[in-house]
Ligand binder design. Structure first.
Ligand code: 5AD
Ligand code: SF4
Length: 362
């Protein structure tokens, strides 16, 4: 594809499904570089060159779901299940703040019960007391009722991540058992918005049977639901999952998945402009410079893992998860030079809310 054609689509916002597919199918290095550069300019214009950090706390790997791709799915009996205590979670949040991370993400498998809802609300309230409410709190705790979302919002959480995984209901069925519902997932995203959260969603990239058309429609879906944050990363098979046996030629190699993930980041930046986009752990795990190249393709958020090693080793969604053997401090020491090396800076102690949300509520 000619650079001129890339300019024409992006500068004139000609974001039809067909044009998005054209951008996503660029596979020569010159074209890729041009697309990423263009996305980088848009990022610089709309969200700046500051990278915001979220300390990721994987508070439990207990999950009631059985997603075909995920290593901690309920039926994987080889997993050693845990839930951190309140004190351990608070301690991790405190460490994260001491490292200068302005926000934390509390992530876990999906658990639905009144006791759990109250436990999380209590934890959130206590974390809010660290640094006089200075720590931004993002939750990533799956599908819950509207009441529970409101309870947690009231407790002090202000962002929520719930990936749609794919915006195509038929394809959703290929990735999940029959009792997992696409419509409920969609309704949850709507409930989160109504409850006043800054809402993030996203998809995996390079799934078997995924097509560029499906990915293009995912991007249009993000725009349609007016998402504030996007988290997308390459799909990485986990051997103990049903989906791991499937390969069918769609972005099967690591290189292809890396490049396609970068193009997705770039195109999402070009279309959505002022949202937060994560340079994900999964990206880093398929390439040692994944984190930086994600930033250079248009991402502006990094989520360093601050979970204690004793738990982190049991939170394995996919193979080769990076930093499993590193403690949080070491991860930070490695991060800063990486961000500096590409001429960006870290927004220490800043929550880094997406300008999109501020505009949406302006
Ligand atoms: N490869 C990449 N990402 C995965 N996730 C789950 N399993 C995998 C995998 N095998 C992602 C899903 C989920 C998020 C918490 O992790 O998108 O929403
Ligand atoms: Fe559970 Fe999330 Fe894994 Fe699905 S992707 S099995 S909901 S932890």
């Amino acid at each position: 594809m000619l650079n001129r054609s890339i300019d024409e689509i992006i500068d004139n916002a000609l974001f039809t499904e067909g044009n998005l597919v054209r951008l996503l199918s660029i596979n020569d290095s010159g074209g890729m570089e041009y697309l990423c550069q263009k996305a980088y300019e848009i990022k610089t214009k709309y969200v700046g060159k500051t990278v915001y950090l979220r300390g990721l706390i994987e508070l439990s790997n207990i999950c009631r779901k059985n997603c075909y791709y995920c290593g901690i799915r309920k039926d994987n009996h080889a997993v050693n299940r845990y839930i951190m205590t309140k004190d351990e979670i608070i301690e991790a949040a405190r460490l994260s703040w001491q490292l200068g991370y302005g926000s934390i993400v509390l992530q876990a498998g999906e658990v639905v019960s009144d006791t759990y809802a109250d436990f999380i609300a209590d934890v959130v309230k206590s974390i809010k007391q660290i640094a006089n409410g200075g720590v931004g709190i993002t939750l990533s705790l799956g599908e819950q009722t509207k009441e529970v979302y409101k309870l947690w919002r009231k407790a002090g959480a202000h962002r929520y991540l719930l990936r749609i995984e794919t915006s195509d209901p038929e394809f959703y069925k290929c990735l999940h058992p029959d009792d997992h519902s696409f419509d409920i997932r969609l309704a949850c995203l709507n409930d989160l918005k109504e409850a006043g959260y800054i809402v993030g969603t996203g998809v995996m990239i390079g799934l078997p049977d995924q097509t560029l058309e499906r990915l293009a429609r995912d991007i249009l879906f993000f725009r349609r639901i007016d998402a504030d944050m996007i988290g997308m990363g390459p799909y990485i098979p986990h051997p103990a999952t049903p989906l791991a046996v499937k390969t069918n030629g769609f972005a099967d190699s690591r290189d292809e998945r890396l490049n396609l993930s970068l193009r997705m980041i770039a195109v999402v930046r070009a279309v959505l402009k002022d949202v937060n986009i994560v340079s994900t752990t999964a990206l880093q795990s398929i390439n040692t410079t994944g984190c930086e190249v994600g930033l250079l393709a248009g991402a502006n958020i990094i989520m360093p893992n601050v979970t204690d090693f004793k738990y982190k080793k049991d939170y394995i969604l996919y193979e080769n998860k990076p930093c499993i053997g590193e403690d949080a401090v070491l991860s930070k020491d490695r991060l800063e030079p990486r961000v500096r090396s590409i001429g960006e800076q870290i927004g220490y102690y800043k929550t880094g809310d997406p300008p999109h949300f501020i505009r949406r509520n302006g």
